[in-house]
Ligand binder design. Sequence first.
Ligand code: M6R
Length: 357
Amino acid sequence: EKGTYSHFMLKEIDEQPFVIRNIIQKYQDESGDIKLDENIRAAINDTDRIYIIAAGTSYHAGLVGKEMLEKVAKKPVEVHIASEFLYNEPLLSSNPLFIFISQSGETADSRGVLVNAKKNGYRSITITNVPGSTLSREADFTLHTYAGPEIAVASTKAYTAQMAVFSILAMDSARAQEIQTDFNAIQELSLIANAMEVLCDQKDVMEQIARDYLLETRNCFFIGRSMDYSVVQEGALKLKEISYIQAEGFAGGELKHGTIALIEDGTPVIAVTTQKATNLNIRGNVREVEARGANACIISTEDTKQDGDRIVLPTINELMTPLVSVIPLQLISYYAALHRGCDVDKPRNLAKSVTVE
Ligand code: M6R
């Protein structure tokens, strides 16, 4: 039920701090150690390469999951769009492990890949919000995202929950392999839940940004680098699916290789800069688009901020920033759609779960 909320999407955005705290509880035992099925731990540690398969927002969570598993647990990972993998399988490693990410657990494109993987005897894990769903039943193992029912077509809390589960997997695998790391997913997740709450309390700021940049526009560009590139792809998907504004998320450095030709007077460009290593680069990209008339909105962190940034996020581990930086992107999309008179929870042409190929 929506309760006092006007839309499920807004309710589900606001639920994210609780979902993250719930995940911390579910994946921890009494002594504070990570609680994970031994078979899942073994499957991750035995494989020589992980293949993450997903669609839409879940694919975007996979992009972040790859960074966590590679940087923290030193596991090689490829992320594939399910419908692409299905008919154009890459050369696989000798001992692959498939991880399917699906909020609904019913996405037909992902299921097609799973059916083939099973035929070939490959092991598989499904990360899903619906245990008992098709992808959950058919994979060898399931990891539950514990986000509660997600009703709005636009996925919000499932995305952050999926990334939270990846952070736990990455930390667990690093420990199991005795890799030295400062990365403590549980501690980070509790900081993230607090940061999410702070941002969810700033709805007036997000609404004003939607009004300033998105009320009239036909298009909008999102730019970022590394982790921020992953999250801006999600930001663009959110905006296009519910507000019908043509939106694209680009790697900041790629702009000058073609896309910058599209920048005109007043084109909105939303830049996310949470990574210290690329902060100056992305700011350089912002100057390039502003010089061509763009109307830029910068989202930074306490570590990367400069005067004039519209949103400054609390500091959190750089590998985990998408869990926090996506909150303003979700809210800005929500208010843009709302003020443009769109059906926020049920956008045209879309279904909540896509059970046909
Ligand atoms: O249920 P799934 O996670 O497998 O769904 C995948 C996509 O269809 C889904 O994320 C879609 O892109 C959402 N509408 C995005 O908000």
